[in-house]
Design a protein around this ligand. Structure first.
Ligand code: R5P
Length: 244
C-alpha cells in the first residue's frame, strides 16, 4: 500500500498575509498607527479594520502613507489623521522591497517612499513585514530597482547625476514609466521616480544616502537605514521575528 504525504506550498501572497497578520498582533487599542502601502501592508490594514469592527481593537488612529492606503483604510473603517495632528506614532507597519541582515531596507518600488519615510520615521516602533524573497545580503542585491523620488523639473539632469554618482557600482538609472501609456509615473506628491539598477554593492550606505539627498532635485530615496525596529518574515518553514 502506498502512503501519500501532502506538502503544503504557500503562495507569496499567502506568506505576505501571514507576516501582516502576525504584525497586527502587536497592535494595541488607544494607539496611533502608521499604515503602510503595498501588497503586504494592505493585508495589515484590512486586518486592523476587521479587528476594529469586531470590537477587539478600540480607539485607533491611522496615519496612512499613501492616497491608496488612505482609501483602503476609509473603506475598512479605520479613523484617520496625519502627522500634523500626531507628530509621534506608537507603531507603524509596512512592507519592504529588500531587507539586509541589519534591517536596512529598500522601499518605494510601489512608488510611495517619501510619505512612508516621513510617517515611519516618526514612529516609536516600525515593524517591517515581508515574505522571505525580500531578504538580501546587501541592499541592491536583488538586482531590482532602488527608487529615488525627484522633482519633475529637469529630471534628465538629475538622472544623469545619479547615474554618475554610482558609476563605480555599475549603476543604470531609468525614469519610471507607466507601461500602459508610456507616461512618467507620478507619485502622490506630484514627483517622478528614477530607479537605480546596480550591478555591484553601492558601498557605505550612509555615505550613499547622504550623497543622494544632497543632490538638489531629489525629494527622497528608498534606502531606509536604522528605521525598522522589528522584522517579521514569513517563509515556507514558518514565521521568524527579529528585533533590532
Ligand atoms: O512603494 C511601495 C512601498 O515601499 C512598499 O512597502 C514596498 O514596495 C513593498 O511592497 P509589497 O509589499 O507590495 O512588496
Amino acid at each position: 500500500m502506498e502512503s501519500s504525504q501532502s506538502t503544503l506550498i504557500l503562495t507569496q501572497d499567502e506568506l505576505k498575509k501571514i507576516a501582516a497578520y502576525k504584525a497586527v498582533e502587536f497592535v494595541e487599542s488607544d494607539t496611533v498607527l502608521g499604515l503602510g502601502t503595498g501588497s503586504t501592508a494592505c493585508y495589515a490594514v484590512a486586518r486592523i479594520g476587521e479587528l476594529l469592527q469586531q470590537g477587539k481593537l478600540k480607539n485607533i488612529v491611522g496615519i496612512p502613507t499613501s492616497k491608496k492606503t488612505h482609501e483602503q483604510a476609509v473603506s475598512v473603517g479605520i479613523p484617520l489623521s496625519d502627522l500634523d495632528n500626531y507628530p509621534v506614532l506608537d507603531l507603524a507597519i509596512d512592507g519592504a522591497d529588500e531587507v539586509d541582515p541589519d534591517l536596512n531596507l529598500v522601499k518605494g518600488r510601489g512608488g510611495c517612499l517619501l510619505r512612508e519615510k516621513m510617517v515611519e520615521g516618526a514612529s516609536k516602533k516600525f515593524v517591517v513585514i515581508v515574505d522571505e524573497t525580500k531578504l538580501v545580503k546587501h541592499l541592491g542585491g536583488s538586482g531590482l530597482a532602488m527608487p529615488v523620488e525627484v522633482v519633475p523639473f529637469c529630471w534628465k539632469y538629475t538622472l544623469e547625476r545619479l547615474q554618475k554618482m554610482f558609476v563605480h557600482a555599475g549603476c543604470v538609472a531609468k525614469l519610471r514609466i507607466i507601461s500602459e501609456n508610456g507616461e512618467p509615473f507620478v507619485t502622490d506628491n506630484g514627483n517622478y521616480i528614477i530607479d537605480l539598477y546596480l550591478e555591484k554593492e553601492i558601498g557605505d550606505l550612509r555615505v550613499a544616502s547622504d550623497e543622494i539627498l544632497r543632490l538638489a532635485g531629489v525629494a527622497e530615496h528608498g534606502i531606509c537605514l536604522d528605521m525598522a525596529t522589528t522584522l517579521i518574515v514569513a517563509g515556507e518553514l514558518g514565521v521568524t521575528i527579529k528585533n533590532k
